[in-house]
Design a protein around this ligand. Sequence first.
Ligand SMILES: [Zn+2]
Length: 236
Amino acid sequence: MSKLIRSEGIVLRTRAFRESSKIAIVFTRTSGRIDLLARGARRPGSRFGAALEMGTEASFIYYERENSSLWTLSSADILLSHQTLRETPATLNALARVLKLLYHISQPGVLNSGLYNFTLILLNAMGERESLSALYDLFLWRASALSGYPPCVDQGCLVCGKPDAVNFCIAQGGFLCAAHSQAEEIIRFNPEERKILANLTNVPVSEFDGQIPPILSRLIRDYARYHLHAGVNIIK
Ligand SMILES: [Zn+2]
C-alpha cells in the first residue's frame, strides 16, 4: 500500500543515488524530516529541475510506503528558490550552517511548524541583509526555544524569583541570583546585556537590528550546543 502525500518542505541536502537519481533529504511542514527518492533527477532536463537545490522551499508530492523510510518523489514545484543564498561563498556558508543544524534537530515524523516557519523567515532575511553571523546566532537561539528548550530570560532568579538576577546558567536555562548560583556554572551579564538577550527571544526578524555582542554570541552557541546536543562540528 502506498499513499500520495503533498507537503511543503525545505531541501536540506541531496546525494547521488544509482546512475541517474538523487535522494533528497527534506524538512517538511507536515511530516518532519523525510528522505525522497527522485528518480532520474541527475538526467539533463529532469522534471524536478532546480527544485532540489539545497535551501529551496518547494511543494512536494510523494508516495509514502509502509515499511520504508525512503519515499518516492512524484513532483516538486518551487515556492521560494532562495537562489541568492547560493550565489556568494558567505551566504552559501551561512545557508549550509542553518541547514546542517536543521538536519541535526529534525526527525522523521516529528512536526515542528514553528521551526519551519521561523526558518523560512530567517532564510529570507539572510538573502536581503548583511548581518549573516548575527542572523545565524538568532537562528540558534530561536531554534533552541522552538525545539523545546526555551531560555527563561524575562523573569528573576529561577529558584527564588529575586528580580535583576544576572548570573545565567546554561543547564537550567535562565538567571540565578548570587545565593542560588555556583561560580563554575554561570555566566555573568550586566543589565544591558540581559535586556538584549530578552529582546532576542521574541523580536520579529524584520525588526532585529543585527547586533549581538560577542559575549552573548558565545552564550547562544554554548546554549544551543548544550540543549540541542550539537557538537562543534555542527555549531561552529
Ligand atoms: Zn535565587
